[in-house]
Design a protein around this ligand. Structure first.
Ligand code: NDP
Ligand code: 2IT
Length: 448
């Protein structure tokens, strides 16, 4: 696709001129503008009211220094970020990523995606994202604690239960959320739901840990059912071995699939008998180890260095759940050549744009990230509701709500694509449905 609308071409040129170093952000904005072209043509009032101008400019980009001291007494200085993308439909909401690759570009593109994703959930949450180039890997618990305390000592100025509510993402799980929460409470004296993904003993929600992976499978099952298929009896490849990947594997297996491969950033495992998920949990969740340790327990399985080889394993359904751009055009071609008919994204933007276009041209069912992985943030919003009413819901209640939300997202995305003449293109449908709600709210609230 290429932009054809003169106003949007001009707008995109200005976004490029204003954000020259933010490559991934520009790719994301362009792809969204391409999808919403028919919406913009149908709603000239949005253009006149400056809604698009406002939409492509993040409300606030906060960038700060994060000093901390390691166990040996050495001083380190990392850079922290919080991008408050869009608050038209609710307080900023989105994860924090701790990974050496994190730059301003990373958090800007993720915040932009998050605004649309959060809109799709149907819940009152705006979009935000944050993080740091700190690498938690190989650090002691005390080092991670000192980093998190330092990070929050700056971040607390900008967040709050009704202002901006961060959560986990790559490198941020229960341990990090606990340290961040403790420091927020200490500085502000407030016991409030300022973070989600909290431990169950201090305001966390049941099923939040599982929510992104489970939600991905609920969305995908609905998409498969509409095409007369299901997970049952299918061979599945899941990339990653973190929070999203583990619970995507668990739910796909419960729905009758066989997951044969997983990976981390060093390499992938292939177990044609089906991955032993309890073993992966033990390695990743308990020991914080590497995926190659799997073959110490299962010598009949294979381990290969490098990640991209995982996409050459024959499968029916692929669930990329590691990171952005992990699924190249070449990998998409390998998947299709081996008979894969469904790709559904657990990670944020794991498939490169040319890859998405290729998959769609081959009739592959494609579940775009902002729709398919929205279950995590949706359950975060449910955690916020529980915190507000000072109650906790049962696992069954939360899981049923999560499932309902994911099924709804599928149908909204499907019908938006159809309404705008792009039937079956769920990527376009997700961008359109997500944008419409945000645009309506922005239009109603005026030039602010
Ligand atoms: P985790 O940190 O729990 O796990 C990330 C996994 O991906 C690890 O196995 C990691 O391997 C691997 N990985 C990370 N970076 C790379 C890389 N550059 N190359 C290869 N593998 C990599 O994170 P999550 O599971 O929470 O997040 C995974 C994806 O899902 C991200 O895109 C995130 O934005 C997205 N997401 C997460 C949600 C959540 O609720 N947590 C919600 C919606 C989306 P290693 O250990 O070697 O680094
Ligand atoms: O990308 C995402 O949606 C997340 N990392 C979850 C964000 C959240 O606020 O739960």
């Amino acid at each position: 696709m290429a932009l054809k609308n003169a106003y949007l071409i001009d707008l995109m040129n200005r976004v490029e001129a204003r954000n020259p170093n933010d490559k991934q952000f520009l790719i994301t904005v362009r792809s969204v503008l391409e999808s919403i072209e028919p919406v913009v043509e149908k709603h000239p009032e949005y253009v006149k009211a400056g809604v698009l101008e406002l939409f492509v400019e993040q409300e606030r980009v906060i960038k700060f220094r994060v000093p901390w001291i390691d166990d040996a007494g050495n001083v380190h200085v990392n850079r922290g970020y919080r991008v408050q993308g869009n608050s038209a439909i609710g307080p900023y909401k989105g994860g924090l990523r701790l990974h050496p690759s994190v730059t301003e570009d990373t958090v800007k593109f993720l915040a932009f995606e998050q605004t649309l994703k959060n809109s799709l959930t149907g819940l009152p949450i705006g979009g935000g994202k944050g993080g740091s180039d700190f690498d938690p890997k190989g650090k002691s618990d005390f080092e991670v604690m000192r980093f998190c305390q330092s990070f929050m000592t700056e971040l607390y100025k900008y967040i709050g239960a009704d202002v901006d509510v961060p959560a986990g993402d790559i490198g941020v799980g229960a341990r990090e959320i606990g340290y961040l929460y403790g420091q927020y409470k200490r500085i502000t004296g407030l016991y409030e739901g300022v973070l989600t993904g909290k431990g169950l003993s201090y305001g966390g929600s049941l099923v939040r840990t599982q929510a992104t992976g489970y939600g991905l499978c609920y969305f995908t099952e609905e998409m498969l059912n509409a095409a007369g298929k299901s997970f049952k009896g299918q061979t599945v490849v899941v990339s990653g071995a973190g929070n999203v990947a583990i619970y995507a594997n668990e739910k796909a297996t419960q729905l009758g699939a066989k997951v044969v491969a997983m990976c981390d950033s060093n390499g992938y495992i292939y177990d044609k008998n089906g991955i032993d998920l309890a073993c992966v949990k033990q390695i990743k969740e308990v020991r914080r180890g590497r995926i190659k340790e799997y073959i110490d327990v299962h010598p009949e399985a294979e381990y290969h260095e490098g990640c991209s080889g995982i996409w050459t394993i024959p499968c029916d359904i692929a669930l990329p759940c590691a990171t952005q751009n992990e699924l190249s055009l070449e990998s998409c071609k390998a998947l299709v050549a081996n008979g894969c008919y469904c790709v559904s994204e657990g990670a944020n933007m794991p498939t490169v744009i040319e890859g998405i276009e290729y998959l769609q041209s081959k009739g592959v069912l494609f579940g775009p990230a902002k729709a398919a992985n929205a279950g995590g943030v949706a359950t975060s919003a449910l955690e916020m509701s529980q915190n507000s009413e000072r109650l906790s819901w049962t696992a069954e209640e939360v899981d049923a709500k999560l499932k309902g939300i994911m099924v709804n997202i599928y149908h909204n995305v499907e019908s938006a694509a159809k309404e705008y003449g792009m039937e079956g293109n769920f990527e376009a449908g997700a961008n359109i449905a997500g944008f419409l709600k945000v645009a309506n709210a922005m239009y109603a609230q005026g030039v602010v």
